[in-house]
Design a protein around this ligand. Structure first.
Ligand SMILES: NC(=O)c1ccc[n+]([C@@H]2O[C@H](COP(=O)([O-])OP(=O)(O)OC[C@H]3O[C@@H](n4cnc5c(N)ncnc54)[C@H](O)[C@@H]3O)[C@@H](O)[C@H]2O)c1
Length: 432
């Protein structure tokens, strides 16, 4: 099929490359000239395992093309995926739909034959209705169909998630169009993915309800971890014991820092606003948002206490700064709050992240990027294991300068407290 992805970010680029790999012809469009130039030069603008090979392979086959020319890409495609960002609106914490609506209006000017317009961006329930209205200002309803097909891939595992999803959700009020999307996804359905078709509003809400539910699971276990710390119970035992119940399941039940990233923080806030808009108090989700905010403060307080509330001139090493491993995404990462806070209090920060130096810290004094774990940790008073990249699971603590008693705060429970104590390290973790 002939496809076009509008927005070549984490979702648009990964799904575009994967659709091309399934044999479709895919145009990836972006307004960011830099990004498109890089992609045309075989440079991948984001860190996502396996993506480079996939992009280059499909470019070479001539199935994957990158352009800033939206009009050309729309005219040459039958199915148009909207994959632009829906960040949090500064005004009222709802989803900022300005990028989506702008694209809708651009599409309406370029409809030259029947088009299926698919929203992959995460958008509040009833956004499809609004997109339809925008397009109808210029084109008759018989020339297009607006469908919702929310994306569930996770950064860091995006290609695997796209190719082997648990489910593909398509929301359409038109059976023929729903069937067309089912046949686009047929290769994945044949490999075991469940295709679930519902109406458009239903699909839009499934995405938000799922993300808010997963965020709730994380916040729930994080609060239980707080109780474990007070009662001498090991949170890992609780997670295992709970997760063995199939009704609960073990995933998203590992205690750690506050949830972050480009989706959960904004989507939980946005669905709460949608609830208010329709006079429905989503009180559980609102508590989750509050609990997550409180957790950030609580963990900063813990760092202060570990350093006996003396932060000035303390050398603190951060291992990992992204919100999770195998991505370079810094959106809503806890490190963005923790590091500047500690720096303002006079700490000297070193950090290392396998995805490289971060522009977010580049102009702040006393925050240095190091090329590896051991340079970052050299002479540190405190090491904060912030992100669970694989290479942080096998640190040779003997290699780290012993001029001071090393303190470690492991936000990801990567090590056993017993074995760390045996090594003479002062080790703190979560809920243990
Ligand atoms: N990142 C994830 O893990 C993930 C997972 C599932 C769903 N989503 C949802 O998918 C959507 C996209 O997320 P993302 O992380 O890929 O965002 P992103 O910020 O990485 O990418 C969005 C891209 O859209 C481009 N863009 C903006 N306006 C444009 C226009 N008018 N024409 C062409 N390009 C334009 C931007 O330049 C940017 O490259 C969001 O709604 C998000 O909530 C994201």
């Amino acid at each position: 099929m002939k496809l076009c992805m509008i927005g070549t970010g984490y979702v648009g680029l990964v799904s575009g490359a994967c659709f091309a790999d399934l044999g479709n012809t895919v145009w990836c469009v972006d307004t960011d000239i830099n990004k498109i130039e890089k992609l045309n030069n075989n440079e991948i603008p984001i860190y996502e395992p396996g993506l480079e090979e996939l992009v280059i392979k499909n470019k070479n086959f001539g199935r994957l093309k990158f352009t800033t020319n939206l009009n050309l890409a729309i005219k040459n495609s039958d199915i148009i995926f909207i994959c632009v960002g829906t960040p949090i609106s500064k005004k009222n914490k709802s989803a900022d739909l300005s990028y989506v609506f702008k694209v809708a209006s651009q599409i309406s000017s370029n409809i030259n034959k029947f088009k299926v317009i698919v929203t992959k961006s995460t958008v509040p329930v009833m956004t499809g209705d609004k997109i339809e209205k925008i397009i109808m200002k210029k084109k008759r309803k018989t020339h297009f169909e607006v469908v919702s097909n929310p994306e569930f891939l996770r950064e860091g595992e995006a290609i695997r998630d796209f190719k082997f999803p648990d489910r593909i959700v398509v929301g359409s009020n038109n059976k023929k169009v729903s069937k067309k999307l089912e046949s686009l996804y047929e290769p994945l359905i044949k490999k075991g993915a469940t295709f679930f078709s519902t109406n458009r509003r239903g699909a839009e809400l499934i995405k938000y309800a799922s993300n808010a539910f997963l965020a709730t699971k994380i916040s729930y276990i994080n609060e239980i971890a707080n109780l474990c710390e007070k009662t001498g119970v090991n949170i890992e035992d609780i997670s295992i014991g709970m997760g063995l119940d199939k009704r609960i399941g073990s995933r998203f039940l590992r205690a750690g820092p506050a949830y972050g990233g480009s989706c959960f923080p904004k989507d939980t806030r946005a669905i709460a606003v949608t609830g208010d808009l329709y006079k429905t108090n989503l009180s559980i989700i609102k508590s989750v948002v509050k609990s997550n905010e409180k957790r950030k403060i609580l963990l900063i307080e813990r760092i202060k206490n570990i350093l006996s509330r003396k932060i000035k001139k303390k050398k603190i090493a951060f291992l990992g700064v992204t919100f999770k491993p195998n991505t370079d995404d810094m959106r809503e990462s806890l490190s963005l709050l923790m590091i500047p806070f500690l720096q303002k209090k006079g700490a000297l920060i070193n950090y290392y992240d396998p995805s490289g130096e971060k522009k977010e810290f580049s102009n702040i004094k006393n925050i240095n990027y190091c090329e590896n774990i051991y340079d970052a940790c050299n002479k540190a008073d405190l090491i904060v294991i912030h992100t669970e990249w694989d290479e942080f699971k096998t640190i040779d603590f003997k290699k780290i300068s012993k001029s001071k008693k090393i303190k470690i705060f492991d936000l990801r429970n990567l090590y056993s407290p017993k074995s760390m104590k045996k090594k003479g390290l002062v080790y703190y973790s979560i809920g243990r």
